[in-house]
Write a protein that binds this ligand. Structure first.
Ligand code: SAM
Length: 234
């Protein structure tokens, strides 16, 4: 068997601090802003010269949090309610050979500050600390295939979820002037319905928690309705 060694060119600083509630693909939550911080060997502007001409980039990364958990030939895509199985290569599952992921994200800017080179990104679907293996410009003339079909994942996943905030959580958000998009960010994450498929089938009200930036957010779900009950600093 051929074996290769890969080196991270950078790491992601992301508001998503745990896997739960990260959208299943990039750009579903545009308010998800992140920084790609280059490692010492790649911390030179030459590596990104010309990249600012592109609005979007491909990130190739390692699913580092789950890479040691192995993979199976068949997986149960959440799209199919967790009931049907497909071959791992017919899915974008995280548990896969080599644990390599790919996301096309928006490039908001390139920053060189205090000797550190970083890319400013939005619409990411990556966990904080994700190692980036490679970066490539997104090429619309070749990468966008309007005639493409996509079987069981043919359309953007839409839900009918609505989101309401308690007065207490709205008061907390109003004070977070460094995070002007916090309310829209939380709403759009919850509208993706991050619950595991088997929980969506339950009728009863359930409560959940997630961490975005350093905020612990709690909400409960009744039917298609999310109510954010509390937000606190971690
Ligand atoms: N867009 C990528 C792709 O198609 O290869 C990722 C798709 S994967 C279905 C998206 C999920 O990966 C997220 O919802 C999150 O739970 C998980 N994820 C993101 N970063 C990860 C990491 N570093 N390690 C493990 N899982 C991660």
């Amino acid at each position: 068997m051929s074996e290769y060694q890969l080196t991270a060119v950078g790491h992601i600083h992301s508001p998503y601090k745990q896997k739960f509630a990260i959208p299943r693909q990039p750009r579903l939550v545009p308010e998800a802003k992140a920084k790609l911080v280059f490692t010492a060997d790649f911390n030179r502007e030459e590596f990104v010269r010309g990249l600012d001409e592109f609005s979007h980039i491909w990130l190739l990364f390692r699913f580092h949090e789950t890479a040691d958990k192995g993979y199976s030939a068949m997986v149960r895509p959440p799209r199919l309610g967790g009931n049907e199985r497909k071959g791992v290569f017919a899915t974008r599952a995280t548990f896969r050979p080599n644990a390599i992921g790919m996301s096309a994200v928006k490039l908001e800017g390139i920053e060189y500050k205090n000797g550190q080179l970083s890319l400013l990104l939005s619409g990411i679907d990556l966990l904080d600390g994700t190692p980036i293996l490679d970066i490539k410009p997104y090429l619309p003339y070749s990468d966008a295939m309007h005639e493409a079909s996509a079987g069981f994942a043919d359309t953007r996943p839409e839900t009918d979820m609505s989101v309401e905030f308690s007065e207490e959580s709205l008061a907390f958000i109003a004070k977070q002037t460094d995070y002007p998009e916090l309310k829209a960010f939380i709403s759009n994450v919850l509208k993706q319905d991050p619950r595991p498929a088997y929980k969506k089938q339950r009728e009863s009200t359930q409560s959940y928690g997630m961490t975005l930036y350093d905020f612990n957010i709690r909400w409960f779900v009744t039917g298609d309705h999310n109510t954010v009950t509390s937000i606190e600093k971690c």
